[in-house]
Design a protein around this ligand. Structure first.
Ligand code: GDG
Length: 444
C-alpha cells in the first residue's frame, strides 16, 4: 500500500499529539493504522531564514518532517497573504482583505521552498495530500520539480462565488495552480459549485471536473465519551455548582472575526432586554481563545468584544448574577466537552465557516435522554448536515434573541427529536469517513 504524505501549514508537535488531536489527526490516525505516513510542514518556530532541510522525527509508521520559517517569510506568507488576504477573501469579507505584492511574493516563495524541501523525500508511489489555503501553489511547485505522484488538495474554509474571488489580485494564478491536483476537495456542495464556476471562468474547465465536496467530521464516539466522563471531574462539578440551577448557553470559538461574536453578543443583549423571563435564569459562557493576536484586525475585534462584555454585564447583572462569562484563554479539551454536555444551548453563529466542528462536538457531547439545543448559523458548512439544529441568520441579532428564547423554552420531546435528527450525520459522517472518502477518490 502506498505511503500517505500529508502536507499542511502546521505540523502538530509529536509530543503534544493527544492534546491537539483535531479532525486531521483522527483521519490520519485511522489511515495510518493501515499504511505508512509522513506529515510535512511548518514546525511552528521562526528563525533567521526559512530552513532548507526539514528536521525529521520518526515514530513507528509515522514520520514528522518540519521546517522552521524565516521571520520575514512568516510575516509575508503567514501573517500577510494567508491570514490578512486569503482568509478574509475566502470568508466573503473583501472589506477586511489587505493585498500587498510583497506578501504574495513571500507566499509563493514559501510554497516553492516547501516543495523543494519535500521533493527529495518523496517516493514514486506516494500519495500527497495537501491542506488548506496556505498551500494553493504547493502542488504546482512539486510538479515544476518533476514530481509525478498523485496529489490531492483539501480546502478547509469556504470558497466564495467567482465575482467575489476575482477581486483578489492574482486570483487567476491561484486557480491555475489548483489544476496541478488530481482531486480538489472542499467542505460543501455550495463551495464545490463556486470553485467549479471559478475554474471554468478562468479556462480551467478540466480541473473543475476534479472538484468534489468532502464534509469534515469529528470522532463523535470519542468526544461523547470525553463529555460523559467529564461529569465525574472536579472542574465540571465546580462549574456546574457555580450555575446554581441556571440554564447554560455555551459558545466556543477561536477569537476570529468570521465567528460572528459581536453580533452574537448583540443577540444575547437583545434576549436580556426583550425577554425578561430569562432574567437571572440564564448564564452564557463564551470561550474564545485568542488566535492570530499579532494580526491587526484580530486586535481590534478583541477590544470590541471586551466592550460588549462590559456593557452587557454592566447593564443587566445583579449582585449575584453575571449574565455573561467570557474567557480568552483556551480550556482543556475534556473540560470543554463537559461544559458542552451541561449546556442547554450550544450557540454557534459564524458569519461564514467552512464546516464548524464545534457544532458537531456540541451534538456529540449531549445526553441522549435530555439533550440541549444547537442554535446554528445558516452560513456554517455544517448547516446542511444538521437538520435538527435551530438555524439563524447570524447577522440578525433580533433573530438570535428570538431563537435563544425558543431554544431555552423548548420542551424535552422536541429537543430529543431534534437531537435524534442530527445524530446520524455526526456519528456516521465522522473524521474517519472523511479521510477514507478523500483517499479513495485520490487513489481512484
Ligand atoms: C477550520 C475551519 C473547519 C476551540 N476553543 C478551544 C478548543 N477549540 C477547538 C474546538 C474545535 C476546534 O478548536 C475549532 O474547529 P472549528 O471547525 O470550529 O473552527 P476553525 O478553527 O476555524 O477550523 C472550519 C475546520 O477548519 C476543519 O476543517 O470546520 O470551518 O475554519 O475542535 O473544540 N479546544 C480546546 N480549548 C479551547 O479553548 N481544547
Amino acid at each position: 500500500m502506498s505511503r500517505l504524505v500529508i502536507v499542511a501549514n502546521r505540523v502538530p508537535n509529536p509530543r503534544e499529539r493527544g492534546a491537539t488531536a483535531g479532525g486531521l489527526a483522527v483521519a490520519l490516525k485511522d489511515a495510518m493504522s493501515r499504511r505508512e505516513a509522513m506529515w510535512f510542514g511548518w514546525s511552528g518556530q521562526t528563525a533567521e531564514a526559512t530552513a532548507t532541510e526539514p528536521s525529521i522525527n520518526t515514530q513507528g509508521k509515522l514520520t514528522y518532517a518540519t521546517l522552521d520559517l524565516g521571520r520575514e517569510d512568516y510575516r509575508r506568507y503567514y501573517q500577510g497573504f494567508a491570514n490578512a488576504t486569503l482568509w478574509p477573501t475566502l470568508h466573503y469579507r473583501l472589506g477586511l482583505a489587505l493585498f500587498q505584492r510583497a506578501d504574495y511574493a513571500g507566499y509563493r516563495a514559501v510554497n516553492a521552498a516547501f516543495a523543494t524541501a519535500l521533493a527529495p523525500l518523496l517516493r514514486p508511489d506516494d500519495l500527497v495530500w495537501t491542506h488548506d489555503f496556505h498551500l494553493f501553489p504547493f502542488g504546482a511547485e512539486l510538479r515544476r520539480l518533476g514530481c509525478r505522484q498523485r496529489q490531492g488538495f483539501f480546502l478547509h474554509i469556504p470558497f466564495p462565488p467567482f465575482g467575489l474571488f476575482s477581486a483578489l489580485p492574482k486570483a487567476e494564478e491561484l486557480l491555475a495552480d489548483l489544476a496541478a491536483y488530481d482531486v480538489i476537495g472542499v467542505q460543501t456542495e455550495d463551495d464545490a459549485a463556486n470553485l467549479r464556476g471559478a475554474l471554468v471562468a478562468v479556462g480551467q474547465a478540466e480541473a473543475a471536473e476534479r472538484v468534489a465536496a468532502f464534509p469534515v467530521g469529528i470522532d463523535a464516539e470519542a468526544f461523547r465519551k470525553l463529555a460523559e466522563r467529564a461529569m465525574d471531574r472536579a472542574d465540571t462539578r465546580r462549574f456546574s455548582q457555580s450555575l446554581v440551577g441556571r440554564d447554560l448557553v455555551i459558545g466556543v470559538d477561536r477569537l476570529d472575526y468570521t465567528k460572528g461574536l459581536p453580533q452574537r453578543f448583540a443577540g444575547y443583549a437583545q434576549l436580556l432586554a426583550r425577554f425578561k423571563a430569562h432574567h437571572g435564569k440564564v448564564t452564557y459562557l463564551q470561550v474564545a481563545p485568542v488566535s492570530r493576536g499579532d494580526v491587526a484586525q484580530y486586535r481590534s475585534l478583541r477590544r470590541e468584544l471586551d466592550e460588549w462584555v462590559g456593557r452587557i454585564n454592566g447593564q443587566h447583572a445583579e449582585p449575584d448574577w453575571a449574565p455573561l462569562r467570557y474567557m480568552t484563554r483556551a480550556v482543556p479539551r475534556p473540560t470543554l466537552a463537559g461544559f458542552m454536555r451541561i449546556a442547554r444551548v450550544g450557540l454557534v453563529t459564524p458569519l461564514r465557516d467552512g464546516m464548524n466542528l464545534v457544532a458537531k462536538e456540541y451534538v456529540a457531547a449531549q445526553d441522549p435522554a435530555d439533550p440541549g439545543v444547537l442554535l446554528l448559523s445558516r452560513f456554517a458548512g455544517a448547516a446542511p448536515q444538521l437538520p435538527g439544529a435551530v438555524l439563524v441568520n447570524p447577522l440578525d441579532p433580533d433573530a438570535i434573541a428570538e431563537a435563544l428564547d425558543a431554544a431555552l423554552s423548548m420542551p424535552k420531546e422536541e429537543r430529543v427529536a431534534r437531537w435524534e435528527a442530527m445524530r446520524p450525520a455526526v456519528w456516521e459522517a465522522g473524521a474517519r469517513a472523511w479521510g477514507r472518502d478523500f483517499l479513495a477518490a485520490l487513489e481512484a
